[in-house]
Design a protein around this ligand. Structure first.
Ligand code: NAD
Ligand code: AKB
Length: 313
């Protein structure tokens, strides 16, 4: 049977790029893009205007297109959720429940839902953070992701729901804009370097965080979704790592291409969020269970970002 895939939140930073890859795999007519608003990124796909909080409309879209797999990307990210905690909790949790319930009722048979390094908190070991460790997130976003992970595992154990998840680090890509996270600086810095040769960073120079280039994140996403079910041994969410760096290090890397680029610092509320997250994570379970391996290091990513952004600027 041909898979019919629904991507909810398809117009966001990840959805825009994931859609391209899913179109290659399934054919664009089998990939339905859903979001609050239409986007040129969906021009090849069937589009549904959908609020994931509207359970009935979600059900109708799934039935109309005979969807059997859902990628749920709609969420408030860390910085945005801190500004609106109750709505952040509502969207991130109720959206997930609405999709998990469809899988529980066997209306769909597979779910992808991303978690984040935000599940970790100030009491978590910061270097090479293990898969299983102290998790006391201090942001509403992190609390919602940690609760979401627990519910994913619960639905798998109790209802045999085939739900798969990755704890993405901060993602960096040139095809789409970031959506309100703490790691967004690592995308903005490239745009500003090409446009103005300078960047004012909202995190301090030594704030090291786990990061990943978007092609690696998209590869991980489709790999975990296409792995045989028995290889997915963790049904909460997998640690996943690509590169760890801080603003000073990425600025140095950009200077190799744009020698007169300069960075300055004006710290804001996102520093506290970043300080609560790991510097690096240990992802050996993902590597062993379903063969995860990243392709891009900091130098490869920087060259590729600057090359592609300079073509479209
Ligand atoms: P984004 O903010 O760029 O995109 C989210 C999309 O969801 C937007 O297009 C938005 O319009 C849509 N949306 C919002 N509310 C909706 C609703 N009620 N119904 C339908 N659509 C709605 O986010 P992203 O960066 O693409 O992240 C996608 C997922 O990946 C989120 O769960 C996020 O927590 C997770 N994640 C992202 C990163 C990252 O660095 N981008 C890192 C870790 C985890
Ligand atoms: C954010 O900064 O909120 C996201 C994330 C790491 O979850 N990029």
């Amino acid at each position: 049977m041909t898979d019919k895939v629904l991507v909810i939140g398809a117009g966001g930073q990840i959805g825009t790029e994931l859609l391209e890859k899913l179109n290659e795999i399934h054919g664009s007519s089998n990939v339905v893009a859903a979001d609050l608003n239409n986007s040129p990124a969906f021009s090849n796909n069937p589009y549904e205007k959908l609020d994931v909080l509207d359970k009935e409309s979600l059900f109708n879209v799934v039935k109309k297109h005979q969807v059997n797999q859902v990628y749920l990307l709609a969420a408030l990210l860390s910085a945005t959720a801190e500004k609106n905690p109750l709505f952040g909790w509502k969207l991130n949790m109720e959206g997930l429940f609405n999709v998990l319930e469809l899988a529980k009722e066997k209306i769909i048979d597979k779910v992808y839902w991303p978690s984040s390094i935000a599940v970790f908190g100030p009491t978590t070991p910061k270097v090479n953070t293990p898969q299983y460790t102290v998790m006391e997130p201090s942001t509403v976003y992190g609390i919602s992701k940690q609760a979401g992970e627990r519910w994913c595992e619960y639905y798998f154990n109790k209802y045999n729901v085939d739900v798969r998840s990755i704890r993405y680090p901060g993602l960096i890509g040139w095809k789409s804009a970031p959506g309100g996270g703490t790691t967004d600086y690592a995308v903005h810095i490239f745009h500003e370097a090409l446009k103005n040769k300078k960047y004012e960073c909202f995190l301090s120079e030594n704030t090291t965080l786990p990061m990943m280039y978007m092609p690696d994140a998209i590869k991980a996403t489709v790999d975990i979704m296409h792995a045989p079910a028995e290889q997915i041994k963790i049904r909460s969410s997998y640690n996943l790592t690509g590169i760890s760096f801080n603003p000073k290090e990425i600025a140095e890397e950009i200077k190799k291409h744009i020698p007169d680029f300069s960075i300055s610092y004006k710290i804001d509320f996102r520093q506290e969020i970043a300080d609560s997250w790991p510097k690096s994570v240990d992802d050996h379970e993902a590597r062993e269970h379903w063969g995860w391996a990243e392709q891009f290091n900091l130098s490869d990513m920087t060259s590729d970002m600057l090359l592609n952004l300079s073509k479209i600027k």
